[in-house]
Design a protein. Sequence first.
Length: 167
Amino acid sequence: MGAGKTTVGKLLARRLYRDFIDIDEEIEKAFGMPIPEIFNVYGEQAFRDKERELIKAFGSQPLLVISVGGGAFLQEENRRNCLANCTVLYFDISWDSWKERIHILTETRPLLKDKTLQEMEQLFRERQSIYAANHSEFRVDNFEAMDAADYLADSLKMSWDIHAPQP
Ligand SMILES: Nc1ncnc2c1ncn2[C@@H]1O[C@H](COP(=O)(O)OP(=O)(O)O)[C@@H](O)[C@H]1O
Ligand SMILES: O=C(O)C1=C[C@@H](OP(=O)(O)O)[C@@H](O)[C@H](O)C1
Ligand SMILES: [Mg+2]
């Protein structure tokens, strides 16, 4: 969480002339309230169930750029659906860079609320092996959001050119 998936995803979609879907935003629309409130009122499991349902629905639609929340890949079904139907880009960020962003994340990410820095680091490191299930990794540390979107759009276009079926 906080690696820039939503921010960069939105910009990338524009560069690729595709619609952008943020699964968290869709979950908020479905419950009619922001994520911290969903966690408070309905609990994390209800959030995860809706997340799974929406990833399955949007993930099978073509020509979208989709941002999923940082916890989505903890569910095997989400990993399976995304890897089968989508090109999965992992936004990798170093602990040192991420640490600098924590203060802008804590209000809106319930999983970071009331955690010590040490507990956050543990969560951060535990999750890295789960994110190894991807098609391509992108180290975000040294990129401004616009530059990240430019870089990813160019890389994707180049790989589509290379892998396009020959006439
Ligand atoms: N490349 C970047 N450089 C610096 N700050 C960024 C970058 N990408 C996103 N941010 C900032 O980090 C915060 C989290 O970004 P967000 O796109 O919501 O991440 P995610 O969807 O991965 O949780 C936002 O305040 C955003 O403005
Ligand atoms: O990592 C997580 O478990 C979560 C990440 C958040 O999305 P971002 O990765 O977009 O912050 C959001 O889905 C929710 O707060 C839970
Ligand atoms: Mg996001």
